[in-house]
Design a protein around this ligand. Sequence first.
Ligand SMILES: [Zn+2]
Length: 313
Amino acid sequence: MAVNVTANLVRLLAAKDKKILGGQEAVKSILIEVRAQILGELQGVTGDSYTAYHLRQNLDSIEGHLAQFESLAGRELGSLLDATWEGGADLLPEATKGSGLVLGYGHIPTSVLQTLKDYSFHKISNLTADAFGRIRGELSLGILGQKSPQQVMSAIAGSLDSPGVFKSIEERAWVITGTEMGRTFSQATQTGMAQATQSVPDLKKQWWHAGHPKQPRKNHLALHGQVQPVDKPFLLGSLSIMHPRDPKAPASEVIRCGCDHVPYMDVWGRDKLPIFNERGEVIAQRGQRTGLEEPLVGKFEQGQIKPKAGKGT
Ligand SMILES: [Zn+2]
């Protein structure tokens, strides 16, 4: 039986998405732990006003807890990126296993991986510094008598009417983890495919939209199915992007992007994955589009007409 490369790609990308979700949960649970420690510190303040002594004591220990978050989350993200890099590098060989394609390369260079790890760590450091700045701001309001310890606490921990400092830190940590894991995967795929073109000159790449976000980027929907030579960027209007989450692309094209790019060869035959419109009717096959189809809506799987959570992909 012929190897179904497309089905393999779908399976491998689903496994990657699951790993990213697991990574996001792992970083979140580190943050939840640190949040609990910090709230424990703040709860130690009794009475209805702060003293300078309390403030100094709180700040010192909060700084320590946040430093611990920075180091644990940084280490976690580092090993997550190692694993995602491997997954991205394996995408082409795994998807084409048994197809007779001779790729002619072994390990791909990992110098880019180190840069990606440094960059991600830098983002986590920024996030931590920002969290400390905001918590210190709230505590200062407490010492100035503008907020009671209870109000300071809810501004940091969150309350029914305000999400609090930790909620936004948690959201940013979630986005950083997802974006950087996705970026690392795509960059490894790109590096591997570029090497493979030396032995498989007909190899191309294709953009796949994730197909399930609440608010899909119109640009990325329009890129869905576009095929390009591996060493050439995907093109749309003035947008030129080597792969999803390309570090050279503007941030507006990158944050929360869940798109993929995959190896593509004409000989693999016409791609049979259908694309559905909002009414569940097939309007196109995954593949080069003619431009005459009804605009895609970002919901490509039958039975999943209702948008899933998440946005901006
Ligand atoms: Zn996207």
